[in-house]
Ligand binder design. Structure first.
Ligand SMILES: Nc1nc2c(ncn2[C@@H]2O[C@H](COP(=O)(O)OP(=O)(O)OP(=O)(O)O)[C@@H](O)[C@H]2O)c(=O)[nH]1
Ligand SMILES: [Mg+2]
Length: 471
């Protein structure tokens, strides 16, 4: 258990978002939460907060006893519903009092100031969740998932984060930890009692056990692409020569006329970026300029940007015009695809087909070709399905629904994996066991970093500073 001296303080914060709303909520947590609430709350039935049962609600007024009005009555700040949750059965494991008042900033602010006047301290960002962690209610991975839930942009990511909050990731990590510690203890015993000789065969049996755990860490790491996609979204660049219909396609995918469309070649010059969700996945769509031969400095810059997006996109939608024969410019772009992840979009399928698509398939054998009409909205559903399949392609791994999306977790797992790989080799070689056991311990430490069993205070402060105040 960490000994934070400021854990002694009773903290208070506005827990609802700023701005107009039906309800605002001020939350107190700490050893004096109930006493402070008692000094600012008068219930309709004159029941004291300290007399309330845990997890019960009471209706009354928040009053400022110091600010008496002309008839010497304490000033009523707002009428509220007060909820009390006594520790350890609370979010922070401390006594918590929540005051739900009218929305808007005036009422919540006045209640906050009053609580501070009566001895509470304004909470730091994430301090309630930090206390939940420091008091052992949740581990660090669970605490971080709270932030992920708040920031979720997709239903799927919300599901993954909720899973993590329930402790699924921690459970997986604990199982690996337990097995590694078993090996560690056994090796330590052999080192300390050298009369128990160990031969090469026994060493390789131990190595197999390490290998099994290394595979589990690898599986978790394999979910990180998946997890990051759900968290951050992926970038799709619409590329192709002028007038093939890139901007028309952008508009139809966004379901709004965002980019200017015209029959004049070179309509789009500055790249246009917009976010969109396709089947629950967040994407960043980038419409690029189709110009290939610059006529001025601006067009030179436009080409540079198009190339940059072509190179940095996770998926390139290579747009072709089905209604015209493949030109030198099309061939040039196709030849430059290289290792890019490409879906060929053969646009204008509402018109007569003149382009030789078989030729494209010949060059880009691995790319899917989808025929669409951006103006007639034909084939768009199929294109969206292909985009989503492209994202999930070969990425389904069985980790009991656990997915790694946090960069800190990815780094720690990678280090753990590297060490286990080293240990496996060492065990199959002749290195002295005492050095090997050190490496196993370090690998375990990396797992402990994720759950917060062993982590330094600066890093903790850094993690919780990303939270909003009041959580
Ligand atoms: N018939 C038909 N015309 C289309 C289709 N998609 C786009 N067009 C037309 O093709 C022309 C060019 O469309 P844009 O979307 O501006 O093409 P672009 O690729 O963005 O062109 P640049 O910005 O110049 O690179 C416009 O006149 C569109 O109306 C389609 O599916 N069918
Ligand atoms: Mg355009």
């Amino acid at each position: 258990m960490y000994n934070y001296k400021d854990m002694e303080d009773t903290i208070v914060a506005i827990s609802t978002a700023a701005g107009a709303g039906a309800i605002g909520m001020v939350r107190l947590s700490g050893k004096d939460a109930i006493e402070i609430a008692d000094r600012m709350f008068v219930s309709k039935g004159n029941k004291k907060v300290s007399e309330m049962n845990s997890h019960s609600v009471c209706y009354g007024d928040v009053v400022d006893a110091k600010a008496a009005n002309s008839s010497s009555e304490p000033e009523v700040i707002d009428e509220v519903l007060l909820t009390v949750m006594k520790g350890p059965k609370s979010y922070t494991r401390e006594d918590i009092v929540e005051l739900s008042c009218h929305g808007g900033m005036m009422s919540v602010k006045a209640i906050l100031v009053l609580a501070i006047d009566l001895g509470a301290r304004l909470a730091e960002p994430g301090e309630f969740t930090k206390r939940a962690f420091l008091n052992g209610r949740i581990d660090l991975a669970q605490a971080e998932s709270v932030l992920d839930i708040i920031n979720s942009r997709t239903k799927t990511f919300l599901k993954v984060s909720t899973h993590q909050l329930k402790g699924q990731l921690s459970l997986e990590l604990d199982l690996i930890r337990e097995k590694l510690m078993d090996v560690y203890v056994e090796i330590e015993a052999i080192v300390n009692f050298p009369e128990d000789e160990i031969n090469a065969k026994s060493r390789s049996v131990i190595a197999d056990r390490i290998l099994a755990e290394k595979d589990k860490v690898k599986k978790l790491l394999e979910t990180s692409d998946h997890g990051k996609i759900l968290k951050e979204g992926i970038k799709i660049a619409l590329c192709g020569k002028s007038n093939v219909g890139k901007s028309s396609l952008l508009n139809v995918l966004l379901k709004q006329p965002r980019a200017i469309v015209s029959e004049i070649a070179g309509t789009t010059r500055d790249s246009i970026e917009e976010s969109v969700h396709i089947k629950g996945i967040p994407f960043q769509l980038v419409d690029t300029a189709g110009i290939l031969t610059p006529r001025d400095l601006i067009e030179e810059e436009a080409i540079k940007r198009s190339r940059m997006h072509f190179q940095s996109a996770d998926i390139v939608l290579l747009v072709l015009d089905l209604n015209s024969e493949l030109s030198k410019e099309d061939i040039n772009i196709i030849d430059n695809v290289g290792d890019r992840n490409v879906i060929v979009v053969a646009n204008k399928c509402d018109l007569e087909q003149k382009a030789d698509i078989e030729k494209v398939k010949g060059v880009l054998a691995n790319a899917k070709v989808i025929k669409v009409s951006a103006t007639q909205v034909v084939g768009i559903e199929a294109l969206e399905t292909e985009i989503v399949e492209n994202v999930w392609h070969q990425k389904t791994v069985d980790t009991h629904g656990v997915m790694i999306s946090n960069l800190r977790h990815i780094e720690a797992l990678k280090k753990c994996f590297e060490l286990l790989e080293k240990v496996d080799k060492e065990l199959r070689g002749a290195l002295s066991l005492e050095f090997i056991s050190e490496d196993i311990k370090t690998a375990v430490n990396f797992l402990d970093n994720i759950t917060g069993r062993n982590i330094d205070h600066d890093l903790l402060d850094n993690i919780f500073s990303q939270f909003c105040i009041g959580k």
